[in-house]
Design a protein around this ligand. Structure first.
Ligand code: PHE
Length: 355
């Protein structure tokens, strides 16, 4: 066989090289690439041939060695990968690779804390849809038909199926009071069936308002609203529950103040401030020098609302309150820009309690 033919034959063999494990790999290296291997042997013979033959054979011979080396590297990687997966597959008791722990979202932490505080005085959680109808968000809550909150400025309406862009009855809820109308309607049904009882629920959830996004406003945020309906519920009951909440949430030294306000679904209505815990009530930039910061709206449920839900307002009364979770979180954690809560920047999220 000429040198040329032997190069061609070896090239074909090298192309076909296979190794299932480390030993086979080593055997191939010795057979072809070691000092006494077949390829080195060809190089020895090459040294002795004529100039013309050297010119013709140099290239294919070099190519053969390069190919063999490259093929060996590929086989080495394949054998290593098989060995690695065999370890993973075989040793089920092996300690797993450490996983980075996440952190609870600050809004989840605050929402759960609010729920925990009220659950200690008998409140349970009620849930409802985020895509709602006008009736549950406004109509049954005593909003007059022309009330500005129904305006397209504030409310996201859901398009009709035919795609016509005009206000429809279906919208994204602007507050979780919509869950309260559902709970009250169910309660009224139970009363009609001869049952007795009371309502003590919290309605946490996401709400939507058509606002320009900035550091202080977003087109969605989170609320926890509360509702207590029973016989003989008074404004004093409301004040006491909220005072308890403020002290649990912001510390024993916290004071509250109720300012008269207006909501269509409560009468009388109030806004609640807590004493500013940054300056201790002396007045600072955070409380704009007043010593107080507003945290929620509340009031006695308007009899019109009870009646709209089918509850006899001569027998039952109740209170309701609603707060923004972002606002409470801002007070607790001093987050200055609302947008941080929804940007999912892990550098922000990692600062809160890890799970
Ligand atoms: N629903 C009101 C809001 O979204 C809050 C509120 C709830 C006020 C209950 C009074 C009573 O702003």
């Amino acid at each position: 066989m000429t040198l040329n033919e032997r190069i061609a034959e070896l090239t074909a063999k090298v192309e076909e090289m296979k190794a299932a494990n480390q030993e086979e790999l080593e055997a191939l290296r010795i057979k072809y690439l070691s000092k006494k291997g077949e390829i080195s042997e060809l190089f020895n013979e090459f040294r002795a041939v004529s100039k013309e033959e050297k010119a013709a054979l140099g290239q294919p011979l070099n190519r053969l060695r390069q190919m063999a080396e490259q093929r060996m590297t590929e086989l080495k990687e394949a054998v290593a990968a098989v060995a690695e997966s065999a370890v993973v597959r075989d040793d089920l008791t092996r300690t797993p690779d450490p996983m980075a722990l996440g952190a609870r979202h600050p809004l989840s932490l605050v929402r759960e804390q609010i729920i925990d505080i009220f659950s200690r005085i008998g409140f349970t959680v009620a849930d409802g849809p985020e895509v709602e109808d006008d009736k549950h968000v406004f109509g049954m809550l005593n909003f007059a038909p022309e009330h500005p909150a129904r305006d397209m400025q504030d409310t996201f309406f859901v398009e009709k199926e035919d795609g016509v862009q005009k206000p429809t009855d279906i919208l994204l809820r602007t507050h979780t009071s919509s869950v309260q109308t559902r709970v009250m309607t169910e309660f009224a049904k139970r009363l009609r069936n001869g049952e007795d009882g009371a309502i003590r629920v919290l309605c946490p959830g996401r709400v939507y308002r058509n606002e320009a996004i900035s550091a202080r406003a977003h087109c969605f945020f989170h609320q926890v609203e509360g509702l207590y309906i029973d016989k003989n519920v008074s404004f004093a009951d409301l004040r006491q529950a909220l005072l308890y909440f403020a002290k649990e949430m912001f510390g024993e030294g916290t004071d509250i103040r109720l300012r008269p306000s207006y909501f269509p679904f409560t009468e009388p209505s109030a806004e609640m401030d807590i004493s500013c815990d940054i300056c201790g009530g002396k007045g600072c930039a955070f409380c704009k020098g007043t010593g107080w910061v507003e945290i929620l709206g509340c009031g006695m449920v308007d009899p019109n609302v009870l009646e709209a839900c089918g509850i006899d307002s001569k027998v039952y009364s109740g209170y309701a309150f609603g707060m923004g979770v972002e606002r409470i979180a801002n007070l607790k954690y001093r987050v200055k820009d609302l947008r941080l809560f929804s940007e999912n920047d892990v550098r922000f999220l990692r600062q809160f309690e890890s799970c």
